[in-house]
Structures are given as C-alpha cells and as structure tokens.
Design a protein. Structure first.
Length: 117
C-alpha cells in the first residue's frame, strides 16, 4: 500500500521511519522528470540505511538527506544523497512493513529508496 505523507507530518514521520528501518540494506534509484528515461539511474545497492534528515530552507524549499553506510567496512564508508525542493513524500508498506520511500522534487524527479529482502 502506498500512502502520501502530508507535509506537516514529514518531520515526525521521517524520524519514525528512520528509527524503524535503521541498518536495513537498501537500493537507491533516481527516476528523472517524466519523459526523460535517459536520466533514470541507480545510485547504490546493498548499503545500510543509517538515517534521514529533513531541513527547511526559505530559498530552496524542504530538502531530505538520506544517509547510508557500507556494511562491515573497516573504514565505515558512507554516502549521503540529498533531494532538494521536495514536493511529495510517499511511503510504501507491505503487510505492515516499510518497503520503499519515494521523494519527489519540484522538477518531477523521484528518488526511491527500497529495502532489500
């Protein structure tokens, strides 16, 4: 089931989402604006979800940072992906368990973070 999260709930819901899913393996992809198939790409596969932050900026609008780390790496390599100008956040669940989070920016690009089984 996919549920759009209301903007007034983003802070609380993203914090809860982060706590529920910490250290789950992920797949992160970006789908370009509609009709721009050539701009669809995978960012990573198998990194562990470590957290998420929502920031409000008067000029850029809301932004969401997704923080990931490499599993069992001695150097704790990490990656942060930022979506700026967020206009929509949706959560997909299956049998009460979080399966994916979609974040759409003002240009229509959608970042999708899925969890590996």
């Amino acid at each position: 089931m996919r549920k759009n999260i209301k903007p007034l709930s983003w802070q609380e819901d993203l914090t809860d989402f982060g706590q529920r899913n910490k250290m789950r393996p992920t797949i992160l992809e970006v789908l370009g604006r509609p009709r721009e198939v050539e701009s669809d790409f995978w960012l990573e596969d198998g990194m562990l979800f470590t957290g998420m932050a929502l920031e409000m900026d008067a000029e850029r609008g809301p932004s969401v940072e997704i923080m990931l780390q490499v599993p069992a790496a001695p150097t704790r390599d990490h990656m942060t992906h930022t979506v700026t100008g967020v206009k929509r956040v949706a959560l997909e669940t299956v049998n009460g368990r979080d399966e994916a989070l979609e974040i759409e920016d003002k240009e229509g690009a959608v970042t999708i973070m899925r969890f590996e089984s």
